[in-house]
Design a protein around this ligand. Sequence first.
Ligand SMILES: O=C(O)CCC(=O)C(=O)O
Ligand SMILES: [Fe+2]
Length: 186
Amino acid sequence: MPKGRPNTMNNYGVLLHELGLDEPLVTPLRERFLQPLMALLYPDCGGGWLDSHSAFVVKYAPGQDRELGCHYDNAELTLNVALGKAFTGGALYFGDLFQAPSALARPLEVEHVVGRGILHQGGQLHGARPLGTGERWNLVVWLRASAVRNRLCPMCCRKPELVDDDGFGDGFTREEPTTVDACALT
Ligand SMILES: O=C(O)CCC(=O)C(=O)O
Ligand SMILES: [Fe+2]
């Protein structure tokens, strides 16, 4: 079975598409539940135009990854669900959008509670404080809107250069979704 790292920062965990869980689980979750919610909460960040994702579980444990450095996601919007197990430490912290001056001046610290989910903009600076004890497993869904990212890559802030890729790739598309109202995408 292929086993990639969940993303370029986390060393432990699993990509859900490698488990065959995109079609039966993550795509319906995105289309039926997350998109309607995100359309209301984040209409200006592509919340109503989500058309792909990258979903993975990240694992923190003694002797493995213990913390996550400050970063922003390759996503327009992110869902982060605390799956377990029992742990201390590992609080998430959030700053402002990465382009903002002093984006991390007054970070908001959030103790994640098992069974709860946190939604945030992908471009918000964030990270995870060191794990104290136990193991922390989180489901992270990077939600992507090609209508937004096709115009400007959220990672390098340039017009994307497209290459062919498998599956959803990084969520860019050669053709625009037909239903997009460009005026909403400010
Ligand atoms: O450790 C966490 O829960 C945060 C993970 C995260 O920020 C990410 O994978 O983008
Ligand atoms: Fe992240």
